[in-house]
Design a protein around this ligand. Structure first.
Ligand code: FES
Length: 163
C-alpha cells in the first residue's frame, strides 16, 4: 500500500461516522434533503469531509458522485477545512479602480497563501469576492463580519494582528 493510501485509510478509520449518523436521523426517509444534510454536516465539522460524503451516499443508497455533485455545485459548501477567520477581499470594479491589486499582493505575501488558501496554522482562509456593497470605502475587505475600508498595503499587518 502506498503512503497516500495508508494516510487515507487512517483518516477514515478515525473519522467520526457516528456524528454523521446522528445528523442523518432527522432526514432519513424524506425527499429533497441533500442540501440540508450537507449544511448540517458543514455546521458540525466546519467543512464537508470526504468520509462524511461517502457515508451519506451509502446511507441514502445513492452514488457518491451525486453527493459530491451537490457539494461542489453550491458555493456555500467547502470540501477543505477552513481557517478560524475568513478574509474576503473585494475585487469589484470600485475596489479595482482604487488599487486593490496591490493590497491583494501584500495580503498574499503576509499570509503565504494563494486565493482560496488557508494558512498552515489554520488561522486565516483568504478569499476574493465580487462587490460587497461598500464601494464608498474601496478598497475594502471583510474579516468574518467586520469590514475594513480604505485599505492600503501597509495597513494590512496591523489589521491581521487583531485576529
Ligand atoms: S467594488 Fe468593492 S465594495 Fe463595491
Amino acid at each position: 500500500m502506498c503512503q497516500c493510501q495508508e494516510a487515507a485509510t487512517s483518516v477514515e478509520e478515525n473519522f467520526e461516522y457516528e456524528k454523521v449518523e446522528s445528523l442523518l436521523q432527522d432526514y432519513l426517509d424524506k425527499k429533497g434533503v441533500m442540501v440540508p444534510i450537507l449544511q448540517a454536516i458543514q455546521e458540525e465539522f466546519g467543512y464537508l469531509p470526504r468520509p462524511a460524503l461517502e457515508y451519506v451516499a451509502k446511507r441514502l443508497r445513492i452514488p457518491v458522485s451525486k453527493v459530491f455533485g451537490v457539494a461542489t455545485f453550491y458555493a456555500q459548501f467547502h470540501l477543505e477545512p477552513r481557517g478560524e477567520n475568513i478574509i474576503r477581499l473585494c475585487r469589484g470594479t470600485a475596489c479595482h479602480v482604487r488599487g486593490v491589486a496591490k493590497v491583494a499582493d501584500k495580503m498574499q505575501e503576509h499570509l503565504g497563501v494563494d486565493v482560496g488558501g488557508t494558512t498552515p496554522d489554520m488561522k486565516f482562509t483568504y478569499e476574493e469576492v465580487a462587490c460587497i456593497g461598500a464601494c464608498g470605502l474601496a478598497p475594502v475587505m471583510m474579516i468574518n463580519d467586520r469590514t475594513f475600508g480604505k485599505l492600503e498595503p501597509d495597513k494590512l499587518k496591523g489589521i491581521l494582528e487583531q485576529f
